[in-house]
Every structure is written in structure tokens, then in C-alpha cells.
Design a protein around this ligand. Structure first.
Ligand code: GDP
Length: 423
């Protein structure tokens, strides 16, 4: 497979980072095509344990070139901190293995402030944003009120553009929120401390990618979050502000003409969700606590406890459909090993009727889960490497899910480490 997209099928946090880290053995290039530093991909490999936010997960493989495409929210402050952090753990990050598209828009300092101020204003009605400035960033991008990374090469023009943007944004900060305005000195500091250090990585990444594609290099497109957080097809308004779907990968990566050969959808063996909004299969109380502990379900970015529940086959089937998955990687099967009976959400009950169709977002909070139970295996499977060596109940669980989604499960992950995988 030459060009492949790896995506989340659910609400995010499915374990995409660990799958990309594993799959990069078969690829030459890894490209992030949307989102920003608002999610965390946790990767555990021979170099250590890392929580990546903006860097593509191919950064740990020698010889792999990593790209941040035009579709990402390029936050120079977070990126530079992340580069320094992984470098301090012995990982090489150079302009040879990291390239930033000159067409990527910069997340500006006030985007984070605005995110925080708006969540505060909403109080009990907040969206549960990670407060990384993603929504204000994309809103401004579509208003053409951001800066392209390539503009960093023209500091004089940039200074004047930034001054105009600052003047405009200060009206909102002070007028709408009564907050402190930005000053030119603060922007100068931001430019010096965070923009200057990343300039060496900025290039015409689109042209580089077209060359790489023509010369047959294998490209892995890495998504952030999952299908249900997609701006257009997710659970509006509890989505992110970018398109998390595989179909957006060629555009956001900077290779609009790319032919995609496969879409690997990552599905967790149970459900988790961070932030507010409908979550039909949510568990509460002791049952939830046990699953959260077993899966260590705390946000990689925020440390927030994740909401948990059984696998939701209605949402998962929809996610796989809109992603156009050609295969599924099922992660964290080992986490379910403690259960005697495993709950599975097979359908929803809506307006007194059972349905397997994923409802329109406004109806989601009226839906109730229809739960069936499969047998558990209650033994440690973390050292199993071949499907046939799994206990029968675990094999049945995987086969059941595969049939319900209607897409082959080609990987089953049984631990966070790179080699804890059945394929
Ligand atoms: P991503 O954003 O989709 O990459 O997912 P996260 O990194 O937020 O969450 C996945 C978490 O599960 C990380 O802490 C991984 O190290 C861990 N993980 C991934 N696969 C497995 C697995 O098969 N078993 C266990 N126990 N942990 C896993």
C-alpha cells in the first residue's frame, strides 16, 4: 500500500499514535493533515514514553520524513516546546526529518486566550474545549485573519500584518470579554522565542510531497481525533473545528491530487470520550471507574478523566462508513481482560423503537443504548502475538465486532508497546 490514511473511527484517543508508530516501518513519509496541539498521541517505544501533540508520530523512526501540512493549526509555541522536549530524550528533530508547510496557518497567541475566555463565558454550557485555541484559530483562518508559516521569511511585512491583526483582535478581547489587549512588545517576544526557532523547518512542503509521491515514496497520512469529532459529519456542535476524515487528508496534507490506497480505521475495544456532549453508551459509578482505571483513561493533553462505556457499534459503524475504512485496527483488547461478561452497545432505542442507524446530532441525547453481553476471557492476553493463540472468547469478541462493522480487523493491539500487536 503506497498511500494510506490512518484515522480515528470514534471520539478520538483510539490509539492512533501507537498504530502510526508501528506502521511507519512500512512508510517513508508521515504527514499530519488537520488539527493542532489539542490532542495527544501517546507513543511507547525503545526511545521512551512520549505524548505527542503536534509532531507526527513518525518522528521516532530513522529515515522517515515527517510533515506538518497546510491543514494543521500550527502553534509555534507548543511546537517548539515539543521539539525541545523530544530532543531532550535523544530523538533527532532536524529540517531533514521534519518539514512544515509554508502554507500552514499560524495559531496566534490570542487564540488560546479567546478559547479560554469563551469557555468561561459559557460556564455550565461550555464545550469542554482543551483551550488550545483551535476553534478561534480555524474561525480566523476562514476569515483569512491568520499568518501563513511562509510569511515568517518576510519579517518586515509580517510585523505590519501582525500589528493589523492585533489591532482587530484587541477589539474583541477588550470589547467582548473585558480582557487585557495585546501589545507590540508581547508579539515581538512571541516571534523571537517561538517563531524564529521553527523557521528552519518551514519549506514548500507541498512541492516536496509531490516529488516524493512521483518518485514512489510511501506516504502515511495521520489524523487527529475521530470521525465523530469531524466538523461536518460529527456530533455538532461537540466536534472539533477541522475535518478529521480520511477524505480531507490529501487537501490538508498538501497533496490534493493524492490517490489513497487504503484507510486504516482505529477502533478501541470499548468507548471513551473527552469533553461535553452526547455519549449514548456512557457508564457511570463503579463500573465506569473500573474500566477507566483498567484502561488508564486520562487525557494525554489535559489529564482529565475520560468518560467511558462499552463499544458502541452504532457509532462505530457510522464512523467507519464516513471514514471509508478499508481495514480496522482494534486497540486495547487487553483492557477488557478483567470482565466476566463484556457489554456491547448493539443498537440505540430512539422514540420507542430500536435502530442501528446513527441519529442526527440533535436526537443523540434522546437515544438510549441497547446492550448485549459477550463472554469475557478473564486471563492475561498481553503477551499473545497470534490471533489463534487468543482465548476463544477473545477471538469471538473480535470476530463479532468485525462482522458488526463490516470491515476486516487486520490488527489487534494488546498493550501500549510497539510490539504488543497481533496481525
Ligand atoms: P491517540 O490520540 O488516538 O493516539 O490515542 P491516545 O494516545 O490518546 O490514547 C491511547 C492510549 O492507550 C495511550 O496511552 C496508549 O499508550 C495506550 N494504548 C494504545 N494501545 C494500547 C493497547 O493495546 N493496550 C493498552 N493497554 N494500552 C494501549
Amino acid at each position: 500500500m503506497k498511500n494510506c490514511v490512518i484515522v480515528g473511527v470514534n471520539w478520538g484517543d483510539e490509539g492512533k499514535g501507537r498504530m502510526v508508530d508501528l506502521l511507519t516501518e512500512r512508510f517513508d513519509v508521515v504527514v499530519r493533515y488537520q488539527g493542532g496541539g489539542n490532542a495527544g498521541h501517546t507513543v511507547v517505544n525503545d526511545k521512551g514514553r512520549f505524548a505527542l501533540h503536534l509532531l507526527p508520530s513518525g518522528i521516532f523512526r530513522d529515515g522517515v520524513v515527517n510533515l506538518l501540512g497546510n491543514g494543521v493549526a500550527l502553534d509555534p509555541e507548543n511546537l517548539w516546546k515539543e521539539i525541545r522536549d523530544v530532543r531532550s530524550k535523544g530523538v533527532a528533530v532536524t529540517p531533514d526529518n521534519l518539514k512544515i508547510s509554508d502554507r500552514a496557518s499560524l495559531l496566534l497567541p490570542w487564540h488560546r486566550d479567546l478559547d479560554e475566555l469563551e469557555e468561561k463565558r459559557l460556564a455550565a454550557k461550555r464545550f469542554g474545549s482543551t483551550k488550545q485555541g483551535i476553534a478561534p484559530f480555524y474561525a480566523d483562518k476562514y476569515q483569512k485573519k491568520t499568518i501563513l508559516a511562509g510569511e515568517l521569511f518576510y519579517p518586515e511585512e509580517l510585523r505590519s500584518r501582525l500589528a493589523d491583526l492585533m489591532e482587530w483582535k484587541n477589539l474583541t478581547l477588550t470589547g467582548t470579554y473585558g480582557a487585557k489587549p495585546y501589545t507590540p512588545a508581547e508579539l515581538d517576544r512571541w516571534f523571537r522565542d517561538f517563531c524564529e526557532p521553527v523557521i528552519p523547518f518551514v519549506c514548500d512542503a507541498g512541492a516536496w510531497l509531490r516529488d516524493a509521491d512521483r518518485s514512489g515514496r510511501r506516504i502515511l497520512f495521520e489524523a487527529q481525533l475521530g470521525a465523530l469529532r469531524d466538523l461536518d459529519f460529527g456530533i455538532h456542535p461537540y466536534t472539533t473545528s477541522s475535518n478529521t476524515l480520511a477524505a480531507y487528508a490529501p487537501i490538508g496534507a498538501g497533496l490534493p491530487s493524492a490517490k489513497i490506497d487504503g484507510v486504516i480505521g482505529v477502533v478501541k475495544a470499548y468507548s471513551t470520550c473527552v469533553g461535553e456532549g452526547p455519549f449514548v453508551c456512557e457508564l457511570f459509578g463503579e463500573e465506569a471507574e473500573r474500566l477507566r482505571e483498567a484502561g488508564a483513561e486520562y487525557g494525554a493533553k489535559t489529564g482529565r478523566p475520560r468518560r467511558v462505556g462499552p463499544i458502541d457499534l452504532v457509532a462505530t459503524r457510522y464512523g467507519a462508513e464516513v471514514q471509508g475504512t478499508t481495514e480496522i485496527a482494534l486497540t486495547k483488547l487487553d483492557v477488557l481482560s478483567y470482565m466476566e461478561k463484556i457489554p456491547v452497545c448493539v443498537r440505540y432505542r430512539l422514540h420507542g423503537k430500536e435502530t442501528d442507524r446513527f441519529p442526527f446530532p440533535a436526537e443523540l441525547d434522546k437515544a438510549e443504548p441497547v446492550i448485549e453481553y459477550l463472554d469475557g476471557w478473564q486471563s492475561d492476553i498481553s503477551r499473545v502475538r497470534h490471533f489463534d493463540d487468543l482465548p476463544e472468547a477473545a477471538r469471538n469478541y473480535v470476530i463479532y465486532i468485525e462482522r458488526a462493522i463490516g470491515c476486516p480487523v487486520t490488527y489487534v493491539s494488546v498493550g501500549p508497546e510497539r510490539d504488543s500487536i497481533i496481525r
